[in-house]
Design a protein around this ligand. Structure first.
Ligand SMILES: NC(=O)c1ccc[n+]([C@@H]2O[C@H](COP(=O)([O-])OP(=O)(O)OC[C@H]3O[C@@H](n4cnc5c(N)ncnc54)[C@H](O)[C@@H]3O)[C@@H](O)[C@H]2O)c1
Length: 267
């Protein structure tokens, strides 16, 4: 039993997580720290990342914070290079930060299109490149990219978002082929509907207060789309990320894991 559990142990590992201030990134940072990893929490919202890091430290873990705008290559390079020089290595790169976008194709402006490409796609490319520069000489590492269940089911208004996430999935697969011989695994998640700030538009008022009635409506409307009958929690995805970066997944690379309650079941 101890052997099985030890495959999940991340003691001595260094993880860089983008989007660590909220939702899936926050839950991932807390989860990896709980099993021993030193976590570098990156987010454009520095105060939120700080809160995550403080929670890790108050639980006895080790965490730092780097304010990072993932759309800026130089900031991602500084994040990853800084983690490597401060901690001696980077074992896990979690490219989690991302934003929603809802517009019919005919209504999308150039500015919006560029913005969503930058936050959801270019950032992941930058994160993968920066991580590879450190991991290849190390001869080991795990990269996890967050794609989305939006790649499985075309839906109105989701074109830009789903295109970026489909590209993230293809980047993941292609990089896994290039990185495997260097001892580096690259996987992605395609989460279903997860209750985080990302989906808050469905259940908060203009001042950010949660509207309980709309929250219940969101849960039942989106939950009923899944055979498991519920929306997901950030922890559901963090647990899947822990699996992917752990030795329990040592034969997994180039895979798109789908913690989605069964909403979509592609081969
Ligand atoms: N929540 C869902 O239903 C869902 C489903 C599938 C995929 N996803 C994906 O999961 C990832 C995390 O989403 P979440 O649900 O945790 O959302 P969230 O809004 O709770 O967290 C996203 C975090 O990313 C940060 N961020 C945004 N822009 C940034 C930038 N330019 N630089 C650095 N940080 C930035 C935000 O400050 C925030 O802390 C995203 O990539 C999202 O597309 C979410």
């Amino acid at each position: 039993m101890r052997d099985v559990l030890s495959r999940y142990d991340q003691t001595g590992k260094v993880a860089v997580i983008t989007g660590a201030g909220s939702g899936i990134g926050r839950a991932t940072a807390l989860t990896l720290a709980a099993v021993g990893a030193t976590v570098v929490c990156a987010d454009i919202d520095e105060a939120a990342a700080q809160t995550t890091a403080e929670e890790i430290r108050s639980d006895g873990g080790t965490a730092g914070v780097v304010r990072t705008d993932v759309t800026k290559r130089a900031e991602i390079d500084a994040l990853v290079d800084g983690a490597a020089s401060e901690h001696g290595r980077v074992d896990i790169m979690g490219n989690v930060a991302g934003v929603p976008h809802n517009k019919m194709v005919v209504d999308v402006t150039d500015d919006e299109f560029e913005r969503i490409l930058a936050i959801n796609l270019k950032s992941v490319m930058y994160g993968c490149q920066a991580a590879m520069r450190v991991m290849v000489p190390q001869g080991s590492g795990n990269i996890v990219n967050v794609s989305s269940g939006a790649i499985d089911t075309p839906a109105p208004t989701l074109a830009c978002y789903a295109m970026t996430k489909a590209a993230v999935a293809m980047l993941t697969k292609t990089l896994s082929v290039e990185a495997g011989p260097a001892g580096i695994r690259v996987n992605a998640l395609a989460p279903g509907i997860i209750e985080t700030n990302f989906s808050a538009q469905h259940f908060t008022t203009a001042d950010g207060t949660v509207d309980q009635e709309r929250l219940e409506g969101y849960r039942s409307r989106f939950g009923s789309m899944a055979p498991l009958g519920r929306v997901g929690e950030a922890q559901d995805i963090a647990d899947a990320i822990l699996y992917l970066v752990s030795d329990a997944a040592s034969f997994m690379t180039g895979q798109i894991l789908r913690p989605n309650g069964g909403v979509a079941m592609p081969w």
